[in-house]
Design a protein around this ligand. Structure first.
Ligand code: FES
Ligand code: FES
Length: 170
């Protein structure tokens, strides 16, 4: 039988569509749980202070900085919160546009920007340029790939608007 470590308690959280059992201390951040308990290392530790966004994930489709969330806040067995990490994106439209525009250099910020942009596409698919720029200000790229990032996200929004406007049965 698996022994629970002192100071921890077992809980269920929902990550990338699957219920996962995790052994939590009250002060564990979601970033820590994802990386160190579940081995999902797509969310990156940067400032760990809410400034850089390298740790961004989606919670119920909303981008959130996982370094600022306590995992205990997301344990709710009556209404599980849906946590998504970059590992859940599978050739999403936004990933294709990041590749097309080379919207990265070292890549450390990339998973956070991908989740931020994916959240924008889900929450505000009709965002105009100024709304998109405001949204993207939440994260930082130390390699300053901002122009490419903006082009990639703008193209993702435009393409999904075009596809949404096309009749399903032409
Ligand atoms: S590591 Fe979370 S915002 Fe920087
Ligand atoms: S690509 Fe290096 S930090 Fe953004």
């Amino acid at each position: 039988m698996q022994r629970i470590k002192p100071g921890r308690a077992e809980h269920l959280i929902t990550v990338n569509g699957e219920q996962r059992r995790v052994s939590l201390r009250p002060a564990d951040t979601l970033l820590y749980t994802l990386r160190d308990e579940l081995g999902l290392t797509g969310a990156k530790p940067g400032c760990e202070n809410g400034d850089c966004g390298a740790c961004t994930v989606l919670v119920d489709d909303v981008p959130m900085k996982s370094c600022l969330l306590l995992t205990m806040e997301l344990v709710d067995e009556s209404r599980p919160r849906q946590i998504e990490t970059v590992e859940a994106l599978d050739r999403a439209a936004v990933q294709e546009q990041f590749l097309r525009h080379w919207a990265f250099q070292c890549g450390y910020c990339t998973s956070g920007f991908l989740m931020l942009a994916e959240g924008l596409c889900r929450q505000r698919p009709d965002a105009d340029a100024s709304e998109m720029l405001d949204w993207m200000r939440s994260n930082i790229c130390r390699c300053t790939s901002y122009a490419e990032l903006i082009h990639a996200v703008a193209d993702t929004l435009q393409r999904s608007a075009r596809e949404g406007a096309e009749p399903a049965h032409p």
